[in-house]
Ligand binder design. Structure first.
Ligand code: AMP
Length: 283
């Protein structure tokens, strides 16, 4: 696997591969912020399965962090990431410096309305503008045929889909299921910052979502009741959610009474980190 630092380099490598191929090359892009875990690797493997050339983007994007301490404390280990990406089947690791992505005088930001204004959008001001802008930039830099995202960040997927449609970007989005630890905790780069007690209590997020799903399976339809069920599971472990929401999976509009598929999403501070998780439920 080759490591590339600049846009010219990644474009040249892709152009060379396209020119050498006897049939049209399917290029897959896996956008990440590094500190790889099983979730990232599942996206790289999915790209490897369905694409001819797999480009992994590794960039801790400063503009999507609304909390300076979160950015400073964000785990980074490029050497380990490069080894894991190689083993998972990546062909190129595109790991630019901040100045390569945001050149001097940089003055353009993409703002998605509606779906980006709620939940993560309202609790992390500026977050989705940072995400939409960097995703648009990387899609332009790499020009992949397919981009792979994780269902763990369901609202990010909805925001990116909205932007791709609105800006007529020629890329297909593939969404891969959330990869979990054996005890249910959704894998996240931030999990390494949990101490053993916080790590144990963090399983309350997935247990709460499973309890909500079980309630729906038994006939519960009220979002207020599902929220109360989740709240109680979290409270038993001394946790309080920043938000618990039952929303339409594509628009993120709130749902009061379930009459079709819905996404149950939550954000919960656990010690030094803020964890998010979600689960799709259907009556
Ligand atoms: P990040 O490095 O956290 O920005 O994540 C990069 C990509 O990996 C995003 O599309 C995430 O949704 C995805 N991802 C993160 N955690 C998981 C997980 N546990 N399972 C599946 N995909 C994940």
């Amino acid at each position: 696997m080759e490591i590339v630092r600049d846009v010219a380099g990644v474009r040249a490598a892709i152009a060379e591969a396209r020119a050498a191929a006897s049939s049209p090359l399917r290029v897959g892009l896996v956008p990440t912020m590094g500190a790889f875990h099983g979730g990232h690797l599942s996206l790289i493997r999915a790209a490897r399965t369905s694409c001819d050339l797999v480009v992994v983007w590794l960039f801790v994007n400063p503009t999507q962090f609304n909390d300076a301490a979160d950015l400073t404390g964000y785990p980074r280990d490029e050497a380990r990431d490069a080894e894991l990406a190689t083993a998972a089947g990546a062909d190129l690791l595109f790991a630019p410096e901040v100045a390569e992505v945001y050149p001097d005088g940089y003055a353009t930001t993409i703002t998605v309305s509606g779906v980006a204004d709620v939940l993560e959008g309202s609790h992390r001001p500026g977050h989705f503008a940072g995400v939409a802008t960097v995703v648009a930039k990387m899609l332009n830099m790499v020009q992949p045929d397919v981009a792979f995202f994780g269902a763990k960040d369901a609202q990010q997927v909805a925001v990116v889909r909205r932007m791709i449609t609105d800006l007529n970007l020629a890329v297909v989005v593939e969404v891969c299921p959330t990869v979990r630890e054996p005890d249910g905790l959704a894998m996240s780069s931030r999990n390494v910052r949990l101490d053993p007690d916080q790590r144990r209590r963090a399983t309350a997020l997935s247990r709460a979502l499973s309890a909500a799903k079980a309630a729906v399976d038994q006939g519960e339809r009220s979002a207020t009741s599902l929220t109360a069920i989740i709240d109680a599971v979290l409270a038993a472990d001394g946790l309080t959610a920043e938000y618990i929401a039952v929303v339409d999976p594509s628009t993120f509009a709130p749902i009061d009474e379930l009459d079709g598929p819905a996404l149950v999403a939550l954000a919960v501070p656990v010690g030094p980190v803020r964890l998010i998780d979600n689960l799709e439920v259907a009556p």
